[in-house]
Design a protein around this ligand. Structure first.
Ligand SMILES: Cc1cc2nc3c(=O)[nH]c(=O)nc-3n(C[C@H](O)[C@H](O)[C@H](O)COP(=O)(O)OP(=O)(O)OC[C@H]3O[C@@H](n4cnc5c(N)ncnc54)[C@H](O)[C@@H]3O)c2cc1C
Ligand code: HEM
Length: 404
């Protein structure tokens, strides 16, 4: 990462950290209010993530604060920037969108800080914003070129036909998608997601990410979607309205959470609920490409009614020979029998992992509800597992984790 900000800009930005920490979320909320005055820019976002908790605002606030705090050594932010760049690729954010955020962010800083927003401070933040924006734009341009140049690659929104739809549990349904143009697809890295632009029956268009739940191939993708009762209805729309033959638009696979290309140590795949989707993708690749890899697939579900893809996972494990499967039910039904359709009752814990997987030797991949992730990521780290070996995906913006 280049370090060409002037010393005075660095000083002013550093000095603004306490004010930003105090007003960070207010600034980004104000920024979004300004940004969304433009309908074209507003349509680029997932508005569920702007909601009650304001987690998208928190994620951006945390990123800006982390940037200001590390302005003398911004290379420590590279993993965070890679995640943001991947998100931007998914949402098809282009260089021409950056000036809108600059104007909205600087306007919001001026609104919230009032007299403290001196001309020097505003100039320094303008320079700092464009410095960060240029790093992101360069990385995003490189990712776009890489994706477009691969066989089956594309840029922006591509129409896909639904060629299969099947029920995986009471709450999860899978959809298999092939390009409507009949061409190939890029093999994704297992763990990556597609971003969809969904036109709801009322005409509203919304953006949603879904992890790819099949192994990489040149022909199709599969997603597996949990029906959410509340909210704007992307998942309800997919469950209730989308049928085989329908067309959905998606951007290329993106995301910085994926199985190592050449895993060289045992792998523990930890999932809760619909968080199993990236793990099933990894399992399919492992079954085909990594016959000698030792794998522990550990999954938590409420009970057999919500437990998805169990048969498929056990078939993959049987074919491979080196994959052990463990399922936990936290709320078993009367008809659920321990040892028959689940292996353990309760929640997955670090204490259980310590006794049942190669605890200190493994690479960990996690995906599930936020409390599941928070507890397990924290407990693995506290047990001495190096952060570089704990990989996780969140089905939403990375607010708390990025702020930590
Ligand atoms: C990288 C990534 C990968 C993902 N992969 C998958 C996947 O493989 N499978 C999958 O099923 N999902 C996945 N998701 C989640 C998915 O993108 C959607 O968030 C999910 O389907 C819910 O969308 P929705 O439009 O149905 O509901 P939303 O409108 O997004 O609402 C979701 C939830 O937010 C809360 N909520 C929203 N609005 C309100 C309100 N007004 N009042 C009260 N509560 C509210 C509710 O709890 C509601 O159930 C992924 C997300 C990300 C970021
Ligand atoms: C320097 C400039 C920018 C920074 C620091 C930044 C930061 C972020 C962060 C931290 C996230 C959340 C990533 C995650 O969930 O892990 C994000 C996501 C996103 N950003 Fe940016 N961003 C910038 C510019 C832009 C621009 C110019 C646009 C478009 C106008 C944009 C649109 C989006 C969208 C649509 C998402 C996904 C939102 C979601 O998941 O709901 N960003 N960005």
């Amino acid at each position: 990462m280049p370090t060409s900000l002037s010393p005075s800009t660095i000083e002013i930005v550093k000095a603004s950290v306490p004010a930003l920490a105090q007003h960070g979320t207010a600034i980004t909320k104000g920024m979004y209010a300004r940004l969304f005055r433009d309908e074209h820019i507003k349509a680029l976002f997932n508005h569920s993530n702007q909601g009650k908790g304001g987690s998208q605002a928190n994620a951006l606030a945390a990123a800006i604060l982390a940037y200001a705090q590390n302005i003398e050594n911004p290379s420590v932010l590279m993993p965070v920037l890679e995640r943001i760049a991947q998100k931007h690729i998914g949402y098809h954010i282009l260089p021409e969108h950056y000036p809108f955020v600059a104007t909205a962010l600087l306007g919001a800083i001026a609104d919230v800080l009032g007299e403290a927003a001196t001309p020097e401070l505003m100039t320094a933040w303008g320079e700092a914003y464009w410095f960060l924006a240029d790093v992101l734009k360069a990385r995003e341009a490189a990712i776009r070129v890489e994706i477009e140049n691969r066989q089956g690659g594309w840029s922006g929104w591509r129409p896909f036909k639904i060629v299969e739809k099947h029920r995986e549990s009471d709450v999860v349904t899978s959809f298999v998608l092939r390009p409507a143009d009949g061409g190939p697809v890029i093999p994704h890295r297992p763990g990556q997601y597609l971003t969809f632009s969904l036109r709801l029956p009322g005409g509203q268009e919304i953006k949603r990410n879904y992890s790819i739940s099949c192994g990489p191939n040149n022909i199709s993708y599969r997603i597996s979607v949990k029906r959410e009762a509340l909210g704007q209805g992307g998942s309800k729309f997919l469950h209730d309205s989308v049928v085989v033959g329908d067309i959905l638009e998606a951007t290329p696979p993106a995301g910085d959470f994926f199985l190592a290309d050449e895993p060289d140590r045992p792998v523990v795949l930890l999932s809760g609920g619909v968080g199993l989707t990236p793990m099933v993708s990894m399992m399919e690749k492992i079954e085909r490409m990594h016959p000698d890899l030792q794998v522990h697939y550990v999954h938590g579900a409420l009970n057999s009614a919500t437990h998805a893809m169990d048969c498929h996972v056990r078939t993959l494990a049987q074919r491979h020979g080196g994959i052990s499967v463990h399922t936990f039910y936290s709320d078993p039904l009367v008809a659920d029998t321990l040892g028959v359709n689940h292996d353990h009752q309760g929640f997955i814990t670090a204490a259980w992992l310590r006794n049942n997987v190669p605890f200190h030797d493994a690479d960990y991949y996690l995906c599930g509800p936020k409390p599941f992730l928070k507890i397990l990521v924290r407990d693995l780290a506290r047990s001495g597992i190096d952060a570089s070996r704990i990989h996780f995906e969140i089905f939403g913006p990375t607010d708390e984790q990025m702020a930590a």
